[in-house]
Write a protein that binds this ligand. Structure first.
Ligand SMILES: Nc1ncnc2c1ncn2[C@@H]1O[C@H](COP(=O)(O)OP(=O)(O)OP(=O)(O)O)[C@@H](O)[C@H]1O
Length: 256
C-alpha cells in the first residue's frame, strides 16, 4: 500500500536572516498522526522552521505544503482557512496577561468563528478539562497560575478550534522534571485520543524519548530525520554529544 501523503511537506527550504544562512535546502515530511520532534542547538533555526511552516516567516526559497496546500502561494483568505486547522503553542505560552484564562482560550474562537458567548464559555470549560485544569482556572489571570498551569492553559487555547495539527515550541521549557513529565503524558494522551499530528520543537531528551515517533535534527543548516535510534547512529559530532553525552544517556536509561 502506498504511504499516505504527508500532512506537512517542506522541500528545499532556504532561510537567510540578518545575512546568515539558517536553513540550507531543508526537506521534511510529517505524517498524519505522528509526533515529530525538532531538535538542534540554540539558534540553529528550529523556531524559525516552525514559524515558516505556519506562515509567520517567509523563507528565501523552497516550498511548504500543509494539508497539500501551498503555504507560500496562498492569499490571506486561504491562510485563515488553513490556520483554523492547526493550533500553536508558542515558546513562552504567549497568553494575554490582561485576559482571564477562559478569555485567552476563546481568542481563536472569536477570531475565526461567530460562536455565541454561552457556547464559547462551554468550549473553554471543555478545553480546560481536557488539559487537566480545574474549572475555576477559567476566571483566573495568567499571573495567578504556575508555569505548568500556564503551559496547559496555552495548550487549551491551541486546542480551541479542534485542530488536526498542533505546533508546540519547547512545551516543557522552564518546567521542573515532574511537571515536564506530566505535560509529556498529557500531550501523548491527547495525541492518541484526538488523533493529533504533533510538530514539536524541544531540547528535552526525556520528552523526545517519551513521546516522539520520529526526530528531525537541525545541524549544519540541514535536517536529519528518522527514528531516534536511526538518528542517534549518525556520526555528526553535535548529534553524538546530544544523544550520547551524560544527559542523553540518562534519558535513555530512564526509558529502557
Ligand atoms: N525575525 C528574525 N529576524 C532576524 N533574525 C532572526 C529572527 N528570528 C530568529 N532569528 C535568528 O535566527 C536564528 C535561529 O533562531 P531560532 O529562534 O529559530 O533558533 P532556535 O533553534 O529555535 O533556538 P533556541 O533553541 O535557542 O530557541 C537565530 O540566530 C536568531 O537570532
Amino acid at each position: 500500500m502506498a504511504a499516505p501523503d504527508p500532512i506537512i511537506s517542506v522541500r528545499g527550504l532556504v532561510t537567510n536572516l540578518g545575512g546568515r544562512l539558517i536553513h540550507d535546502h531543508v526537506d521534511l515530511d510529517v505524517r498524519r498522526g505522528e509526533v515529530i520532534a525538532i531538535v538542534g542547538g540554540s539558534g540553529s533555526g528550529k523556531s524559525v522552521l516552525l514559524r515558516s511552516i505556519v506562515g509567520l516567516m517567509r523563507p528565501a526559497s523552497g516550498s511548504i505544503h500543509v494539508f497539500g496546500e501551498d503555504v507560500l502561494a496562498m492569499d490571506n483568505g486561504a491562510m485563515r482557512a488553513l490556520q483554523r486547522r492547526w493550533g500553536v503553542l508558542f515558546q513562552d505560552g504567549a497568553l494575554f496577561s490582561s485576559q482571564t484564562v477562559a478569555e485567552n482560550i476563546q481568542v481563536p474562537l472569536r477570531e475565526f468563528t461567530d460562536v455565541p458567548q454561552p457556547l464559547m464559555n462551554e468550549i473553554a470549560a471543555i478545553k480546560l478539562a481536557m488539559v487537566g485544569l480545574e474549572a475555576d482556572t477559567a476566571a483566573k489571570y495568567p499571573s495567578e497560575l504556575s508555569g505548568g498551569m500556564r503551559k496547559r492553559a496555552s495548550l487549551a487555547r491551541a486546542l480551541a478550534l479542534d485542530p488536526e495539527i498542533v505546533f508546540l515550541d519547547e512545551p516543557t521549557a522552564g518546567l521542573d522534571p515532574i511537571a515536564a513529565a506530566a505535560f509529556d503524558a498529557l500531550i501523548a494522551s491527547l495525541q492518541k485520543s484526538l488523533g493529533l499530528t504533533v510538530f514539536m520543537v524541544t531540547h528535552d531528551l526525556d520528552t523526545l524519548h517519551a513521546i516522539a515517533s520520529r526526530v528531525a535534527v537541525l545541524v549544519d543548516r540541514k535536517l536529519k530525520v528518522g527514528t531516534i535510534d536511526a538518528v542517534r547512529a549518525d556520526p555528526n559530532p553535535w548529534i553524538q554529544e546530544y544523544f550520547s553525552g551524560p544527559r542523553g544517556r540518562a534519558a535513555i536509561g530512564a526509558t529502557r
